[in-house]
Design a protein around this ligand. Structure first.
Ligand SMILES: Cc1ncc(COP(=O)(O)O)c(C=O)c1O
Length: 432
């Protein structure tokens, strides 16, 4: 029998999100659509757009000049790096590298490691990752680097250290993992994995694209070496950032002109300059999180406010996860791809599933008419979809929410789903 209970976590969260305030910050939410494709891309904050405009209207010159506007542009870029430093809890702004996308940053990182790697060195990647954190490493096979795949436990959907152990050798240089799979939605124990990897003399590179919109990032607490995510899924524009430990960034090869020496961090890793205005939008994201933190009663540092904001975000998101998982567990024709409950609060609101014998594309397209945006496919985690045998029937349906979504929106979607699928698949009403 499926378990229909709405799970409770050990510690009930206390911080409640001011949802009217939150939704008012995202102009894109005013047009009547329910956006449940946030793992594809979130709505952008008004204040992130305002930062972009401010840069373009008031400071749109090249940095490095002696004149006042150029100095102001350089200050804005530095402010952007400083905001990003607070956002991820880096130890200095120079540990932030901006880039056009997570994919591009990881490709750049692989390229910038060329002189560190020699034939026979080994890199471990996981089968659970988005292709962005597999492909750039896999291509290093051409240079004689050995690539090993860390498999996923098919029963628990976990990456077990016991499966990593035999893959590690004294030639292992790097282990590349995802903080959260954009299909499975549960948070991997990054600190534990980082310790394991470091004890064996290797470094760790984390794709945090599916994590950063949902929980406070703490690169120092996690002790990661490289950590990358996309701003367009974290309430900003189409842009991305990579954190790297300063000492590691110093070691990387330059991707810029030859006269950008090894010490030119992070500039040597941003060939042709970062996009100033998009980088500057980071300040708007952090301003928003600080205000959210203040609304939760936090009066301390920027970092304290960011952490408090994500506490409130987690509360809202847990309610969303419980609601949707409760509905899906209540259908006898549905298979949830990932953990089917959130008892430990370890699940972010990215939820993938399939319905028996149904085409996932048809379900999503039928949902379009309800102005509810969801997505089907493998979400560029193709190797995981193949590994889990989920490539038939146009892959999976994915509902990916963030804190601006509401329980009411989920209920509207599940009513629409009942209409599309027929309510015969429903074994029990699971309203909270
Ligand atoms: C988990 C994950 N990693 C990486 C990426 C790629 O990000 P970008 O589009 O910035 O290259 C995505 C995009 O969907 C993703 O979901």
């Amino acid at each position: 029998m499926p378990n229909h209970d709405i799970p409770t976590r050990d510690k009930p969260e206390e911080t409640v999100l001011d949802i009217d305030f939150v939704r008012g910050q995202f102009p894109g939410l005013a047009h009547g659509w329910t956006f449940f494709d946030n793992a594809g891309g979130s709505q952008i904050l008004k204040r992130a757009v305002e930062r972009i405009n401010t840069f373009l209207y008031d400071k749109n010159v090249q940095i490095g000049g002696s004149y006042a506007v150029s100095q102001a542009a350089a200050a804005a870029l530095y402010e952007a790096r400083t905001s990003a430093m607070h956002l991820v809890n880096a130890s200095r702004p120079e540990e932030i590298v901006f880039g056009s996308s997570t994919t591009a940053l990881l490709q750049n990182l692989a390229r910038a490691m060329t002189s560190q790697l020699t034939v026979g060195d080994e890199i471990v990647v996981t089968i659970a990752d988005h292709e962005s954190n597999i492909g750039p490493w896999d291509r290093l096979r051409d240079a004689g680097i050995i690539i090993k795949f860390w498999p996923l436990n098919r029963d628990t959907f976990a990456l077990d250290l016991a499966d990593l152990e035999p893959l590690m050798s004294d030639r292992t240089k790097l282990v590349c993992i995802t903080h959260v799979s954009n299909i499975l939605g549960s948070i991997n124990p990054v600190r534990e994995i980082a310790d394991f990897v470091h004890e064996r003399g290797a470094r760790i590179c984390v794709d945090a694209v599916a994590y950063a919109p949902h929980r406070a990032v703490d690169v120092q607490g996690l002790d990661v070496d490289y950590y990358v995510f996309s701003l367009y899924k974290t309430y900003g524009p189409h842009y991305a950032l990579m954190y790297g430990k300063y000492v590691h960034l110093l070691e990387l090869d330059t991707l810029y002109h030859y006269f950008y020496g090894k010490d030119k961090v992070p500039g040597k890793l941003e060939p042709g300059n970062p996009n100033y205005e998009l980088a500057y939008s980071t300040c708007g994201i952090v301003d928003y999180l600080c205000e959210l933190g203040e609304k939760s009663g936090e009066t301390g540092s920027i970092r304290d406010k960011i952490v408090a904001a994500y506490g409130a975000i987690a509360t809202q998101e847990n309610a969303l996860v419980d609601r949707l998982l409760g509905y899906l567990r209540g259908r006898n024709d549905c298979r949830i791809i990932g953990q089917s409950s959130n008892r430990d609060g370890n699940r972010i609101p990215t939820i993938s599933f399939v319905f028996d014998g149904r085409d996932s594309a048809e379900i999503c397209k039928a949902m379009d008419a309800h102005r509810i945006a969801i997505r089907f496919g493998d979400f560029h985690s193709r190797r995981l979809a193949q590994y889990l045998d989920l490539t038939e029937n146009n892959g999976m349906v994915r509902v990916s929410m963030v804190h601006y979504n509401t329980v009411e929106e989920i209920d509207r979607m599940t009513i629409a789903l009942d209409n599309i699928l027929g309510s015969t698949g429903r074994t029990e009403t699971t309203a909270a």
